[in-house]
Design a protein. Structure first.
Ligand SMILES: Nc1nc2c(ncn2[C@@H]2O[C@H](COP(=O)(O)OP(=O)(O)OP(=O)(O)O)[C@@H](O)[C@H]2O)c(=O)[nH]1
Ligand SMILES: [Mg+2]
Length: 317
């Protein structure tokens, strides 16, 4: 274990991959890795890329990361619930582009399959970001399909949220509008080689003009990801947002809030674990649980009773 951690500290990508897997599976070694790396995280710029399925998020991520990698930056990519390039099932051209990207020694790609699993996605994404950050990644890009609560939670882990859309987006904007529109910092109209791109940019700009920002004007960037057009402008917008966050002290504030959330989440986890152990070991508690299940005991009083018992016993099971 110690050897793996020192190899991680020595920036061995194999050790990073191994520890990411441990963290994803919630093993004791994964927990140890999180404790070990906690003091060192908070430096990486976390960029969330979201938008409807097939908008070109992976292609765009690939282009952006290639540019950063060639500029010498350490880059991490996290794909949450991927359906294309990174996981397979994609067109050959996309696969080759991604393969090309993973040949850069300073790029690390991690896919996080979540389909079918209940909850915990945001938690494991936060852990994966932490590890990549502590490893020394300058930028960590997180790609999700922007449709549900999970994506929303994951985007909450990002410093800069990029919302990718395609021309003729009237309807898709409407469906995405609830929530995601509000948390986006940069808007992209990708597939600008298709008709209607300029109209879409105008529509978006009109919509954003009604919004009063405190110091940040939401840029709308037109891109053709497949040809690499507009990527420089997008990279520039992302860099401007980073500078803005630092200037306004929002960078530190976000990290404080995230650290607080992680404390609360870890407390929840430990407490729940404690309660489950107690119920397993203690017949009275088990009887109480069964009564709650049957409906003959109300869960609110039962929870209060259990809580008080745990406090009285000083946290011993
Ligand atoms: N014409 C055109 N096609 C594009 C552009 N960008 C991406 N595509 C194509 O659109 C398809 C989807 O691209 P992806 O990058 O996989 O899109 P995605 O948003 O990551 O898709 P999911 O992860 O499945 O939601 C691919 O066939 C791309 O080659 C573009 O700018 N113009
Ligand atoms: Mg994708």
């Amino acid at each position: 274990m110690q050897e793996l951690l020192s190899r991680f500290d020595g920036r061995d990508p194999v050790a990073l991959g191994r520890l990411l897997k441990e963290v994803e599976n919630g093993t004791p070694l994964g927990q140890e890795a999180l404790r070990h790396t906690a003091p060192r995280h908070g430096c990486a710029h976390v960029v969330g890329i979201t938008g409807p399925p097939g908008a070109g998020k992976s292609t765009l991520t690939g282009r952006l990361c290639k540019q950063w990698a060639e500029a010498g930056l350490e880059v991490g990519i996290v794909c949450v619930d991927p359906t294309s390039p990174f996981s397979g099932g994609a067109l050959l051209g996309d696969r080759i582009r991604m393969l090309e990207l993973s040949s850069y020694p300073n790029v690390f790609i991690k896919s996080l399959a979540t389909r079918g699993s209940l909850g915990g996605t945001a938690a494991s994404t936060a852990d994966i970001i932490q590890l990549m950050d502590a490893y020394g990644k300058d930028v960590v890009v997180v790609e999700t399909v922007g449709v549900g609560q999970v994506e929303f939670d994951v985007m909450d882990l990002s410093d800069t949220v990029v919302l990718v859309n395609v021309p003729g987006l009237g309807d898709s904007i409407q469906t995405l509008k609830a929530g995601i529109m509000e948390i986006a910092d940069i808007f992209v109209i990708n597939q600008a080689d298709r008709p209607g791109a300029d109209d879409s940019v105008r529509d978006l700009q009109r919509m954003l003009a009604d919004r009063q920002g405190a110091g940040w004007l939401w840029p709308v960037v037109k891109t053709v990801a497949t040809r690499g057009e507009g990527i420089h402008r997008l990279a520039e917008a992302i860099e401007n947002h980073r500078a803005y966050l630092k200037r306004e002290q929002l960078w530190d504030e976000k990290r404080r809030r995230r650290n607080r959330q992680r404390l609360m989440r870890e407390m929840d986890r430990l407490f729940r674990q404690h309660v489950l152990t107690r119920i397993q070991m203690n017949e009275t508690d088990r009887g109480l649980l069964e009564a709650v299940e049957r409906g003959s005991q109300d869960p609110f009083s039962a929870a209060r009773y259990l809580f008080q018992e745990i406090v009285n016993q000083g946290g011993q099971p």
